[in-house]
Design a protein around this ligand. Sequence first.
Ligand code: SF4
Length: 250
Amino acid sequence: IAVSKRTTGTGTTGTTESTRRSPDALRALAAAGAAELGEASVDEVIVWVTRNFNTDAAAVACSMADAVLPHLVSRQLPGVDVLFLDTGYHFAETHTTRDDVARLLPVRIVDVLPEQSVAEQDAAHGADLFGRDPNLCCALRKVEPLHLVLAGYEVWFTGVRRDEAPTRANTPLIVWDERNGLVKVNPVAAWSFDEILDYARQHGVPVNPLLGRGYPSIGCAPCTKPVAAGDDPRSGRWASLAKTECGLHL
Ligand code: SF4
């Protein structure tokens, strides 16, 4: 299955099969980077990537809750691809933020699309799959499309932070991503939510207006509720279900 995507910008996305290094070479590079950097700063981590990868081999994953990670990375890798999982279920504010990022930052937005539209998924699985089998819905609309698009890169950046959830408390700065077969870099792993907001304010970085309306964690509209001040920031995601993760970072 080929990944479906739209790009905002020029040129082709990702690397080609012939220029991509082998999984063994990339796995060794991830291990060397983790050993070399230890608990390095955000900028030191990104500089390590610039020394070891070409811009077209790198991608930044962004939910469009804020554009801090694309801003941090694009300062040192201008023109980098920013992957936005366009599930078909996003808030209007999330799309507006995506458009602001495309307009204001030196990045190329790649809208990563599921194989099926929402209407096609409804026809195949019944309406509102998110309410009956959210794991399957996330697999179809997020996990699999991301897996397919990452095959075109050697390294991806994520905005995962240790303070987001107990399951993320040990997030490393650099790690080999076995499932997707490339190096995974989490430069802001040690940052707090307040540090993200402070950075956005200081640098005029676009943020999703929903962040200021009680949504500290923003996913698809049917699966994201506002939370009360002081509550677990991810408690609004799949709020009435046992599910806490979409599966992208397991
Ligand atoms: Fe489906 Fe909800 Fe997952 Fe979005 S967050 S892909 S709507 S289950």
